[in-house]
Ligand binder design. Structure first.
Ligand SMILES: NC(=O)c1ccc[n+]([C@@H]2O[C@H](COP(=O)([O-])OP(=O)(O)OC[C@H]3O[C@@H](n4cnc5c(N)ncnc54)[C@H](OP(=O)(O)O)[C@@H]3O)[C@@H](O)[C@H]2O)c1
Length: 192
């Protein structure tokens, strides 16, 4: 299964001004278009509960999976139908429900693979990006570089992440906005 990270970043490496800010508040319409098209193509997307709360709805045409440490509490906080993804889940085709999980990234990827998912989009925020990259399950990163400095905000990775990337493609989404496509391989202290 192919797992990719998709994020819009400022030139100073931030993904938001604050945890409760929806990312479309500062990103370009070209980035939004790319995000919708690429995540629909993937079919499944995962994000943390804080990111979910910035838009509070099911994004159509894709399996929406939210990370939360307390599924019952999360279920009580939303009028949406919430279905928990566990190690026994075999089906994730319903795009009308919100899937919720606390599985380790590697376990979630294995469950999705068994359920026939071909691609997973890792959609943030900061803590989810860091955990998926640290788990070594992300093969591709799509970083949209927006021409803005945010200053103090939410960084791409909530925890320290050390990884070496290969730049595979650069696309101008517009005159102002670049899309950088990287692939990953993990570098440890021993081999640097
Ligand atoms: N620029 C972009 O492309 C982009 C994309 C996405 C998000 N963002 C921004 O990122 C910000 C949010 O990022 P964030 O790091 O603060 O929050 P987040 O990663 O969206 O969500 C954090 C929450 O996810 C759940 N979670 C995290 N690790 C978990 C684990 N191992 N198991 C189970 N649940 C887990 C917890 O939910 P519970 O508290 O429910 O347990 C935690 O509070 C927002 O401002 C958003 O706009 C930007």
């Amino acid at each position: 299964m192919h797992v990719f990270l998709i994020a819009a970043i400022s030139i100073d490496g931030q993904i938001a001004e604050a945890t409760d800010q929806v990312s479309t508040a500062w990103t370009s319409k070209e980035d939004h278009k790319f995000f919708v098209q690429r995540t629909k193509q993937a079919g499944a997307m995962v994000f943390g509960s804080s990111t979910f709360r910035t838009f509070n709805r099911i994004l159509p045409g894709r399996a929406n999976i939210v990370y939360t440490r307390d599924v019952e509490q999360f279920r009580a906080s939303t009028p949406l139908t919430v279905v928990e993804v566990t190690g026994d889940t075999t089906e994730l085709q319903n795009t009308e429900v919100l899937y919720a999980t606390s599985l380790e990234p590697k376990t979630l990827v294995a469950v999705l693979e068994k359920a026939g998912v071909n691609e997973l989009a890792v959609c943030g925020g900061s803590s989810i990006y860091a955990q998926f990259v640290k788990a070594g399950v992300v093969q591709t990163l799509y970083l949209t570089l927006e021409p803005i400095a945010i200053g103090k905000g939410v960084p791409l990775f909530a925890e320290s992440v050390q990884t070496r990337l290969t730049l595979n493609n650069v696309t101008h989404l517009s005159e102002q906005t670049l899309l950088l496509e990287y692939s990953t391989f993990f570098v440890t202290r021993e081999n640097t």
